[in-house]
Design a protein. Structure first.
Length: 416
């Protein structure tokens, strides 16, 4: 009887404790998942920020080079909102641009919007409005009385005017998703895509146009691959200074976990942190956030903040099962590559997923089968640049275990 009473009391205490936890305010980790990270949700990467400003102060335009989901957009929006002295920046996601004319209109509008925010340029803007058919320039855009018939010509004239205004700040245009709009425009008009590339280069290089205006260009698919499709060479990018959005170091990864879970209900000791890192391997905030968010959801559901390595394993599997997170990685390759190129690249990735890696010899053998022996390593370089694979001792493996497991599940049948 006493034994049964003790068992009942123990169960009651466990249930009571779990009930108390569930009814106590639960604090989630401090990050955003899916949206652009801003404000206190943005994990400051001083190394990347400093590299960008170092190049801009030298008078260079920049290619922000990084795989998707690394945080390029967050970085660009951060430097827009935190400019250094004598610089005025304006950010624009240009993903929706459908033609060269629309692109040149965007540049023209951004330049005028940027000038309208400068106290030193207000008088010039007022005078400029009177010389053309602009009714109003403001943060919401430009109201034209009559639109220019040729926005490229209008932009060239505006850049030349800006070059002569001695007292204004430097203007930095931050353009996101440039590769995507180039690719889409090229499908309907190669001439338009080439025009955008050529004029961007001319604006960056001609002294009478580039004195006051610089560019930071970024995108979520390899820009070199897209330019190769358009022009079969990358000479129009050679003047851009490349800034890498590299993954976190091992020490930084520990700090990121501390930052993301500061004040949260679910916490991690050193042993759990180490295990978490062993599951992620490719240390970009997005992959941390996916796993930390899933672990938090599981713990919150049962009302128990104390987690184990097994909980981390369960969360990892749950993340991989949710195809919404990773379908885009495969779909992008299908969308941007001709069918025969995608079949070759996908075969390499399926092999790497099932075998854990793929050697250069195995890649070459597949290139022979697909008739791509002259340029097969160009595909490998693109996969590296876009964050799919990494080279280690002449073998290539997935950068992220998440992607590796996804590819294996998505392609369950494998024949050597």
């Amino acid at each position: 009887m006493i034994l049964l009473l003790n068992v009942f009391c123990d169960k009651f205490i466990v249930k009571k404790n779990k009930y108390m936890i569930m009814n106590t305010k639960w604090t989630n980790p401090n990050f955003t998942l899916g949206n652009v990270a801003t404000g206190d949700k943005f994990y400051l990467r001083n190394d990347i920020i400093e590299d960008i400003w170092s190049e801009l102060k030298k008078g260079n335009s920049i290619l922000l080079a990084a795989p998707r989901r690394v945080g390029k957009t967050s970085v660009m929006q951060y430097i827009e909102q935190n400019p250094v002295e004598n610089y005025k920046l304006i950010f624009q996601n240009i993903q929706g641009v459908k033609s060269a004319d629309e692109f040149f209109e965007q540049i023209y509008t951004l330049l005028l919007n940027c000038l309208s925010r400068m106290q030193k340029a207000k008088k010039w803007v007022e005078n400029f409005k009177n010389t053309i058919t602009i009714k109003k320039v403001g943060v919401d855009g430009i109201e034209f009385e009559k639109k220019p018939t040729d926005f490229l010509k209008a932009t060239n004239a505006l850049l030349a005017e800006i070059n002569e205004i001695q007292e204004i700040e430097n203007i930095i245009l931050l353009l996101d998703e440039l590769p995507e709009i180039l690719f889409n425009i090229n499908k309907t008009s190669k001439e338009n895509a080439v025009s955008i590339l050529k004029n961007l280069r001319r604006w960056r290089q001609q002294p009478e146009l580039n004195k006051k205006v610089k560019f930071v260009l970024a995108g979520s698919v390899g820009i070199h691959y897209v330019v190769d499709i358009i022009e079969t060479r990358n000479s129009d990018l050679n003047d851009l200074r490349k800034v890498d959005c590299s993954p976190l170091s091992n020490a930084e990864a520990y700090k990121y976990i501390d930052w993301a879970t500061k004040g949260a209900t679910v916490t991690y000791n050193n042993e759990l942190k180490e295990y978490l890192l062993s599951k992620i391997q490719y240390f970009v905030p997005y992959f941390f956030n996916l796993l930390l968010d899933q672990i938090n959801k599981q713990a919150k559901k049962i009302g128990d903040p104390k987690i184990t390595m097994q909980d981390i394993d369960v969360a990892f599997d749950a993340v991989v099962e949710d195809n919404d997170y990773f379908d885009d990685w495969k779909k992008r390759l299908q969308d941007y590559m001709p069918k025969e190129d995608f079949e070759f690249v996908n075969e390499i990735l399926v092999h790497a997923a099932h075998k854990g890696h793929i050697t250069v010899k195995e890649i070459y053998d597949k290139a022979v089968q697909h008739g791509k022996t002259t340029d097969y390593m160009d595909f490998i370089k693109d996969l590296e640049n876009d964050g799919y694979i990494v080279e280690t001792n002449a073998q290539y493996l997935f950068m992220s275990p998440f992607l590796s497991v996804f590819w294996k599940k998505n392609n369950p049948i494998f024949n050597v």
